[in-house]
Design a protein around this ligand. Structure first.
Ligand SMILES: Cc1ncc(C[n+]2csc(CCOP(=O)(O)OP(=O)(O)O)c2C)c(N)n1
Length: 288
């Protein structure tokens, strides 16, 4: 039996007061504990950023990667050991600019892990630089005369790539996040979870209250069908007035990357076990 406390770490949080990351961490812990996954059975992969500074704040196996590059790391880990639940975390900065190629190819490949996008609409750790999701025209520390580029709606991009699982949630609703994270973990394939995250320090235009007044779960819509890609694309567009959250799109028929590999058919061992038969010491020595 596992409970949330098993995931508590002795490290102190360093995030700003009211940062949306607190709720995201609480919800991830609750989702894992509720699914009875032990800390020794999970790998948490963190990108660089404010969210990434949570890497040592949850007691589990964790990796703190390079900025924008956590997705390929998580993909490799998930392929190497399918027995471990792999979850990756990235900010809108690193994910939607430096590492946007990795998001595109993770969706195409349909690697079997969960990806949580912390979308606080700015590069938080580098003190309020504009990101791809910062609203056009806003004056940010890196663009004092206002952001000139068009604003990206990440869900539109994701849905254009025909993902197998695409959900949106909100950092102010622990129960909702927990439920979405659980469904994402259960899904076999790449689970894209976009968290609309408040950033009280650098994003004053869409605070917690702003989101709270606008979000609605698609399951409350009459006849919403999460297997209908066109419907998902339609509801995903509005990120200003009525913002759709919940599982927007789900395709259970799409096979995950590993299941598509003809060379791995009927092989029962994990790659992490197979590699033990090889002596890689000489290769490692070259880098010493
Ligand atoms: C390759 C590289 N480029 C830039 C940086 C500097 N850097 C560190 S954190 C950060 C901001 C991260 O923003 P985001 O990904 O949105 O995450 P948040 O801090 O908002 O959680 C940047 C640009 C870096 N560490 N490595």
């Amino acid at each position: 039996m596992c409970n949330c406390a098993a995931y508590n770490s002795d490290e102190l949080y360093t995030w700003c007061t009211n940062c949306g990351n607190y709720g995201i961490h609480a919800s991830i812990k609750r989702a894992l504990a509720d699914k009875n996954i032990k800390p020794s059975e999970v790998l948490l992969c963190f990108d660089i950023g404010c969210h990434g500074n949570g890497a040592d704040k949850i007691n589990a196996y964790s990796v703190h990667g390079l900025h924008g590059r956590i997705l390929p790391f998580a993909a490799g880990a998930a392929i190497a050991n399918k027995a471990v639940t792999t979850i990756a975390f990235g900010g809108d900065g690193g994910t939607l600019s430096e590492g946007i190629n990795h998001l595109i190819h993770s969706i195409r490949a349909n690697y079997n892990f969960t990806f949580v996008l912390h979308d606080n609409s700015n590069y938080g750790l580098t003190t309020g630089q504009a990101s791809a999701t910062t609203k056009q025209g806003l004056e940010m520390n890196s663009s004092p005369s206002g952001v000139t580029s068009d604003t990206l709606i990440p869900m539109e991009l994701v849905l254009s790539l025909k993902p197998s699982f695409a959900a949106r949630t909100f950092s102010g609703n622990i129960k909702h996040m927990e439920s979405i994270f659980k469904q994402a973990i259960e899904h076999e394939g790449f689970s894209y979870v976009e968290v609309l995250q408040s950033c009280p320090t650098y994003n004053k235009v869409t605070p917690h209250e702003w989101y709270a007044q606008r979000v609605y779960d698609v399951s409350t819509l009459e006849d919403y069908d999460s297997s209908d890609l066109e419907l998902a694309r339609k509801v995903a567009q509005d990120v200003q007035d009525k913002i759709a959250i919940g599982v927007l799109y789900l395709n259970k028929d799409k096979k995950d990357y590993y299941s598509r590999l003809a060379s791995r058919k009927s092989i029962k061992t994990e790659l992490v076990e197979e590699v033990k038969g090889y002596n890689v010491g000489n290769i490692i020595d070259k880098f010493r």
